[in-house]
Write a protein that binds this ligand. Structure first.
Ligand code: ATP
Ligand code: MG
Length: 247
């Protein structure tokens, strides 16, 4: 049982923290992951902790893009697994490939994360057999699975490091990032940059995927006219425009 009282005004945010701390204690989350979450929280505060118009458009565009891909793969790290394991499970059931890929990799942690995701409904999680290497990437995120990220045409990267985003683009892949920081190298390099909390993004994304599955032309114009530079500009403007007067 989580110990955050449901009537607390910052319930959602505290719940996420608690999930991360638990995840850390259970060996899913790296120490550095706790710090990365804090940076995300600060940006989320500037968004009022809600999905703003352009993040919503980016999520819809991402759903169309992934839906139309031959081998769409979601890259999952410890933070994502700890915070939204059920939603990762749901995405895997919809046909999105799921691969565990870690900056601070150990076989033990990878296997623990795979097991945790499977307990929450995920199927066919890749990453335990990271048998291929992304060249010229000096950290552990270079190890990828042949059927997963290595051969993916589209890769969704929540809470990603900028180095690998650049490499994935260099390899000709379409990259969709989920990162609350519109100024990060990841956001600036991705083809579609969703500037929103991964929890809200996945909920929203799953809803859009199902609508597209029923009608593939659902709001297709948003995808066709989506301009990522404009998206990032709008997201940055939104954050810079926050008023610090009062409440
Ligand atoms: P980059 O390497 O892309 O320039 P960075 O080095 O600033 O980025 P990293 O630590 O590599 O940042 O990546 C973590 C990113 O994840 C941060 O930008 C942070 O804002 C973001 N983040 C953390 N928690 C969440 C969350 N729950 N939802 C979305 N983004 C998040
Ligand atoms: Mg980084």
């Amino acid at each position: 049982m989580l110990s955050v009282p449901e009537d607390h005004p910052r319930y959602e945010s505290l719940l996420l923290r608690e999930r991360l701390v638990r995840g850390f204690e259970e060996g899913l989350v790296a120490k550095a992951g706790l710090i990365a979450h804090g940076r995300g929280e600060a940006f989320d505060y500037l968004l009022g902790e809600e999905t703003v118009e352009w993040a919503d458009k980016a999520t819809l565009a991402a759903a169309h893009c992934m839906y139309r891909s031959d081998n769409p793969v979601l890259s999952v790290n410890g933070n994502v697994a700890a915070v939204v394991p059920e939603l990762v499970g749901e995405l895997s059931m919809l046909g999105v490939g799921v691969e565990v890929n870690l900056f601070h990799r150990s076989d033990e942690r990878v296997n623990r994360i795979i097991e945790f995701l499977e307990e929450h409904g995920a199927v066919g999680v890749l990453g335990g057999d990271a048998d291929m290497l992304i060249k010229d990437l000096s950290h552990d995120r270079a190890f990828v699975s042949r059927e997963g990220i290595y051969s993916a045409d589209t890769v969704m990267v929540p809470l990603e490091d900028g180095d690998r985003t650049v490499k994935l683009r260099d390899l000709g892949k379409t990259v969709i990032s989920i990162d609350l920081n519109p100024l990060s190298r990841t956001s600036k390099t991705a083809d579609i940059s969703i500037v929103d909390n991964v929890v809200r993004v996945f909920e929203n994304f799953i809803g859009y995927w199902k609508k597209i599955d029923r009608d593939s032309s659902f709001k297709l114009d948003v995808y066709n006219s989506f301009d990522n530079e404009e998206n990032l500009r709008k997201m940055e403007e939104k954050m810079r425009g926050v008023s610090f007067e009062g409440g």
